[in-house]
Design a protein around this ligand. Structure first.
Ligand code: UD1
Length: 429
């Protein structure tokens, strides 16, 4: 397994391009299963999760060709699909659950291992399953698998989500597009990735009203046809670069990104002292001084993204002042803070609040990435820590960051990929 070795101190300066969103493309690959024939997805990031999802839909019967350099996926979907998503793949990636909707829609049955994925909370499936039951499916669970079946065609229903869950909204959308009648999903998630999925479904012939709002009205159609779709830019990767510019007191143009998907995060960076300017194809973040602390409260979109919370804790760890970061989505999302503390950060956790007292400087040390965004946060902290930081378990980062090390190097960071040292620490001693 690999690690990253970072020598802190250099500001990030230059230009970086962002590819399509991980949290969209994985679901779009599942959406492709809804139509027999060839679907093409472009602006696809070269990340590990895309390979894992490719294997999963491959086992379900699809043929997947990934042109990494071009960022293009061709997915050929046969008339017959397999119904079972096995544990060995599902455990690697929670997004595997997104095949549940398409399988039950196409086959009337789906047999899916209960997912694993990031270690950031319990991440239940109750809303996915309750919604499917309202649409006429029968759901049982045993031996770590969920079996959903609807021998008759699924029928439209009125569904009110307790919480605007991204995953549940997606499952219900994918199940509803070919159901009999109209489905209304209220208190639906409104993330740009949900809008992206809706757009692809509409291009395939689905009837969806209220796209981008919290009430989605889906009019079932008998079948969908394949399409070609360009993935929405990854706002979390773009936001990570933005924090990278701010924390290193650098100057970065983030291209092929949509600044309006990051309104609150960029507002926070402005409050921290950064200069943010936007153009049609992206935005620039410049920071001339030590950042000022900013309070953060994570919420479903358009609130502050939980997937940017760890990066902002890193920023606050070196900022002037004291800040409160409140996490409302995932109960275990502060687990990585212990690693940040190893770099000298002063963070106290009280339930779902983190009290961060900014330090003048952090100090390099060996640390372990515990999930994708925690890993990104540790890299950002390493960029400003004195001396050498080794981040191990970087397979988590590889799940979601395309071309991370080459891009960081181009922006001036002193970082390289190395084999994990045997003691998890510095191979230089
Ligand atoms: C997706 C994203 C993740 C992001 C999150 C933000 C992907 C692959 N992942 O995760 O990066 O941080 O949205 O919301 O797109 N919950 C239940 N029951 C359910 C469904 C969810 O209790 O049936 C809870 C979860 O345990 C969690 C919260 O709701 O505490 C948010 O979950 P959800 O919005 O569904 O996130 P994911 O789709 O898992």
């Amino acid at each position: 397994m690999d690690a990253f070795r970072i020598r802190g101190g250099a500001p990030l300066v230059g230009e970086v391009r962002v590819r399509g969103a991980k949290n969209s493309v994985l679901k779009l690959m599942a959406v492709a299963l809804l139509a027999e024939g060839r679907t093409t997805i472009t602006n696809v990031p070269d990340i590990m999760d895309v390979d894992t999802m490719g294997q999963l839909i491959g086992r379900l019967g699809a043929t997947v060709a990934f042109d990494r350099a071009a960022g293009r996926l061709d997915i050929d979907v046969p008339a017959e699909l397999e119904q079972r998503a096995d544990y060995d793949l599902v455990r690697q990636m929670r997004a595997s659950i997104s095949v549940l909707g398409p399988l039950i829609a196409r086959l009337g049955v789906a047999d899916i291992a209960l997912p694993g994925g990031d270690a950031i909370g319990s991440r239940g499936l109750d809303m996915h399953l309750a919604g499917l039951e309202l649409m006429g499916a029968k759901v049982t669970s045993q031996h770590g698998y969920v079996l959903a079946s609807a021998p008759e065609r699924l029928r439209g229903a009125n569904i009110w989500l307790d919480f605007p869950s991204v995953g549940a909204t997606e499952t219900l959308l994918m199940a509803a597009v070919t159901a009999d009648g109209t489905t209304v999903v209220d208190n639906a998630a409104r993330e740009p990735e949900i809008v992206d999925i809706c757009r692809m479904l509409v291009a395939m012939g689905a009837g969806i009203d209220g796209i981008g709002t919290s009430t989605l009205i889906v009019t079932g159609v008998p079948e969908l046809s394949p399409t070609t779709h360009h993935v929405v830019p990854d706002r979390i990767v773009a936001g990570t670069w933005a924090v990278g510019a701010a924390i290193t007191q650098g100057d970065v143009w983030i291209r092929d990104a949509v600044s309006s998907h990051l309104d609150i995060a960029l507002g926070k960076l402005t409050a921290a002292g950064a200069e943010v300017s936007t153009e049609s194809d992206g935005f620039r973040v410049r920071m001339g001084d030590r950042p000022a602390s900013v309070d953060i409260v994570t919420l479903p979109y358009p609130g502050f993204a939980t997937d940017l919370q760890p990066q902002f804790i890193a920023l606050n760890a070196v900022a002037g002042g004291v800040s409160m970061v409140t996490e409302n989505l995932f109960e275990s999302r502060f687990k990585f803070v212990n690693e940040l503390v190893r770099l000298g950060a002063d963070v106290r956790i009280e339930g779902h609040h983190a009290l961060v007292t900014g330090r003048e400087r952090l100090s390099g040390a060996p640390v372990v990435a515990t999930d994708i965004r925690a890993g990104a946060s540790l890299v950002l902290a390493g960029l400003v820590a004195e001396g050498e930081t080794i981040v191990s378990e970087v397979h988590h980062i590889d799940r979601g960051y395309d071309s991370f090390i080459p891009d960081l190097q181009r922006l001036g960071a002193d970082i390289e990929r190395i084999p994990t040292p045997a003691d998890g620490g510095s191979p230089l001693g």
